[in-house]
Design a protein around this ligand. Structure first.
Ligand SMILES: Nc1ncnc2c1ncn2[C@@H]1O[C@H](COP(=O)(O)OP(=O)(O)O)[C@@H](O)[C@H]1O
Ligand SMILES: [Mg+2]
Length: 361
């Protein structure tokens, strides 16, 4: 069945996700959040569900993302210590590709929190580092010590083979321009391709780590109480550096947005403070994020430097990948996109120097 706003309630009731009594005791609201998946929230004032359905398009029948996400949440529940770091799974329906999780109440995506609320970047960075290290450490241990039946098969990110990204797909004009820039700047293209040989399979990772997939939670006094990572469809064996780069890319795009705002002002001086303030905050946040991740993950000191080098280069790849994805359905490259490509280019061309400039360490 295909879920719609109108049949979600019937679906939850008939599958015993909610009882009639619970339904009648509170007032509930269904909201349609469909994007790449068919998504709905079903919430009351105290609790709720998040429902995701994947509808196969054409020949893509080999999809298993939502099942993988479900398996990840079950594993996390078994491990106990990750209950806050991920939503709790309610159930999964294989035939209809439907995953139901508990709704994380009084929360918002960190992406929106930074853009709409001008929220505290550093406090969030510290929580992200701490929780991500816990996820990597505990999930990766589970591969050795628990009898789970998840089939893992690490795949390298598609951005490491930029030519393949355009194969068999209808690209927007802006995406074609983006590929054109990569082709014209050989060192940028070669830099991305060279990452393929650097990939290490060293743990269980999220794979699609980005600020849009992270929630910040608030307590009853509206203070930050923690962070939760969502959307574990890509849960797989891979390089932990790739997840770290996903968070770092989120912070770097805050910087490129500030650069864009400054560039658009006619009186540059008026807004120079904003850019320098944001770049200071981004650097401080990246330092805090890195320190709290390293502290939590118990990574050998000798390996930290090696990891950081890879993370910086992967951050460049992440910048290009997210820029490219955002250009879907666009006719023209935006200034923001160009600035992100420029940041990526700098990081790939001179990783040490530009990492120190951008990250501040
Ligand atoms: N369990 C949840 N609790 C609260 N909000 C959620 C939950 N799951 C998803 N969301 C919200 O819906 C958005 C999309 O969910 P996500 O799992 O990332 O789906 P998609 O695969 O479509 O990106 C998230 O960015 C978040 O804002
Ligand atoms: Mg998502």
């Amino acid at each position: 069945m295909i879920l719609t706003r109108h049949n979600v309630l019937r679906f939850l009731l008939s599958n015993n996700c909610i009882t009639l009594r619970e339904l009648l005791d509170e007032s509930w609201e269904v909201v349609d959040h469909s994007s790449k998946n068919n998504n709905f929230s079903f919430i009351s004032s105290s609790r709720g569900f998040f429902i995701k359905q994947y509808i196969p398009e054409g020949e893509r029948f080999s999809y298993f993302g939502l099942k993988r996400e479900y398996q990840c949440y079950l594993l996390a529940e078994d491990l106990g210590a990750l209950n806050e770091a991920m939503p709790k799974a309610v159930c999964y329906f294989d035939d209809d590709n439907i995953l139901i999780t508990e709704y994380v109440t009084t929360s918002m995506s960190i992406f929106s929190y930074f853009r709409e609320v001008d929220g505290d970047m550093q406090e969030i960075a510290s929580l992200l580092g701490e929780e991500l290290s816990k996820c990597h450490f505990l999930l990766s241990q589970s591969i050795k010590f628990s009898d789970n039946d998840v089939q893992f098969s690490s795949q390298k990110p598609s951005i490491f083979s930029p030519k393949k990204m355009s194969e068999g797909r209808e690209l927007s004009l802006a995406q074609k321009q983006c590929i054109g820039i990569l082709e014209k700047h050989r060192n940028l293209m070669d830099g991305l391709i060279s990452l393929d040989a650097e990939w290490k399979v060293n743990g269980l990772i999220h794979n699609d780590m980005k600020l849009e997939n992270c929630l910040v939670r608030f307590n009853t006094s509206k203070h930050i109480s923690g962070v939760t990572f969502l959307d574990w469809e890509g849960f797989n064996t891979g390089d932990i550096a790739w997840d770290l780069a996903g968070i770092i890319e989120g912070y770097l795009t805050l910087l490129s947005s500030a650069m864009q705002r400054q560039a658009k002002k006619t009186h540059l001086f008026d807004h120079s403070k904003e850019l320098s303030e944001i770049s200071g905050q981004v650097r401080a946040s990246l330092r805090v994020f890195w320190a709290s991740y390293i502290e939590g993950s118990k990574i050998d000191a000798a390996y930290v430097k090696v990891l950081l080098k890879r993370v910086a280069k992967y951050s460049a790849a992440r910048l290009i990948q997210s820029t490219y994805n955002k250009l879907e359905n666009r006719n023209e490259l935006s200034l923001d996109a160009l600035l992100q490509i420029q940041l990526a280019h700098n990081l790939l061309a001179e990783p040490e120097l530009n990492r120190q400039k951008l990250f501040g360490f």
